[in-house]
Design a protein around this ligand. Structure first.
Ligand code: GDP
Length: 315
């Protein structure tokens, strides 16, 4: 069964890793959000792509879920000593990725090509592709004005109240060839438990799988099963600001809100056992209730197996 997984960073990478443990490598393509990418210290930094790749390669820091394991921080501490910006923590091993990626991009290579080369070097057998080779930059509209995504997320610790989002560059951004080919060949799409607003919406926009609610009765044009796993459990996010964003935008955060977010796209929805009581409230599509918290590598594989079994029942 050929699967395309749509992923942001931490939550996306965990399920992608679970799927990678179950599926033959040629059957899994992960299309990754690049709206969080930014330029910092002269480097092109792609946090979600790196989190997915480090996780699939077994190089990720198991405590944070992002960055590298056994990391050292010599460069950033010396930048700090010189009075340079230190709010975005970049480890020494991680910096090598950004330096080398920036060098190759400056040589004229595309982001998808550089990602392919890095995956090969890291021994990743699955296909990982950015959603687009053109830069897309998420801007968060807040009560303090517009903030570039990392400014909001890391520098301001998601404190400003969110009023909306826009994705600079999205109008002209085409999906990568790898993303297009994988969607064409896919039996189904799995939307990982990533932040719907800032990790998944940009991917859906670029792939033209519309995330915004269509008028009642209008279906989606994508004719393959699409299954999403909720990143919200018991009304809370496991990590990150997704629940806070729903609340600030006037929507009660819950798995239901996530399903509603994707409703025109979904064939099936996976919600956590803790939210079992919500399952009667889903009017559209099929529901799978299972444990979705991925604390260990075995949890990831078990959830992936459940999701794939569910997807199989929808084909
Ligand atoms: P980011 O770009 O690093 O913020 O990563 P993502 O958008 O991929 O992931 C953030 C989302 O992942 C948050 O909304 C979390 O609630 C969700 N998440 C993280 N770990 C888990 C988990 O183990 N299970 C589930 N269901 N969601 C998770």
């Amino acid at each position: 069964m050929k699967i395309v997984a749509l992923a942001g960073g931490v939550g996306g990478a965990k399920l992608a890793h679970g799927l990678a443990q179950i599926l033959p490598p040629e059957d899994l393509t992960v299309i990754v959000n690049t709206g969080d990418d930014f330029e910092h210290l002269g480097l092109t930094i792609c946090p979600d792509l790196d989190t997915v790749c480090y996780t699939l390669a077994g190089l990720a820091n198991p405590e944070t879920g992002w960055g590298r394991q056994n990391e050292t921080w010599n460069v950033i501490s010396n930048i700090e000593r010189l009075g340079g910006p230190n709010w975005f923590r970049l480890g020494d091993q991680d910096l090598a990725t950004h330096l080398e990626r920036t060098r190759r991009l400056k040589e004229g290579k595309s982001l998808s090509q550089v990602t392919r080369e890095f995956c090969e070097a890291w021994g990743i057998k699955q296909t990982v592709t950015p959603m687009s080779d053109s830069p897309v930059r998420t801007i968060v509209d807040t009560d303090e004005g517009e903030l570039a995504f990392q400014e909001y997320f890391v520098h301001r610790h998601c404190e400003p109240r969110v009023k909306g989002f826009r994705f600079d560059g999205i109008e002209g951004a085409q999906p990568t060839v790898g993303a297009d080919e994988a969607l064409e060949a896919a039996d189904a799409v799995v939307i990982c438990p990533s932040n719907p607003w800032v990790s998944i919406d940009p991917i859906l926009r670029v792939l033209a799988l519309t995330p915004s609610p269509l008028p009642e009765g209008e279906g989606h044009k994508f004719d393959k099963p699409v299954v999403a796993v909720s990143p919200i459990i018991g009304g809370k996010t496991v990590k990150g600001p997704a629940a806070k964003m729903y609340a600030e935008l006037g929507i009660e955060p819950s798995a239901l809100a996530v399903a509603e977010h994707y409703r025109n796209l979904l064939t099936g929805f996976v919600l956590d056992s803790q939210d079992r009581q919500l399952s009667d409230k889903f009017k559209k599509g099929k529901i799978l209730v299972t444990d979705t918290l991925m604390n260990s590598s075995a949890d990831r594989a078990r959830l992936a197996k459940d999701v794939l079994h569910f997807v199989g029942s929808l084909l």
